[in-house]
Design a protein around this ligand. Structure first.
Ligand SMILES: [Zn+2]
Length: 84
């Protein structure tokens, strides 16, 4: 699966896990209810290897989150918005 992500698009969307340089195939939208407004979303990108790690990290803190394929995120938002 990771081999399929090795192209140009992958280099523009790296996994958010610190130290990981893999192309991301997943987007995790989340927020911290204590500091983020209800309509605010943070976006982390994840490779196949780290999607579960990042998801567990957020779930352990009881943060609301949504996981979706990166392609779906890109379809929803403009390229300028999704990494803000
Ligand atoms: Zn990764």
């Amino acid at each position: 699966m990771i081999d399929l992500l090795g192209g140009e698009a992958a280099s523009q969307h790296e996994c958010s896990r610190s130290g990981c340089r893999h192309g991301a195939g997943w987007a995790i939208l989340w927020r911290n209810p204590k500091i983020h407004a209800a309509d605010r979303r943070k976006t982390w990108l994840a490779c196949d290897e780290h999607r579960a790690y990042l998801q567990d990290f957020l779930e352990a803190r009881s943060f609301p989150l949504e996981v979706l394929p990166l392609s779906e995120l890109l379809a929803r938002t403009s390229p300028e918005e999704h990494l803000s």
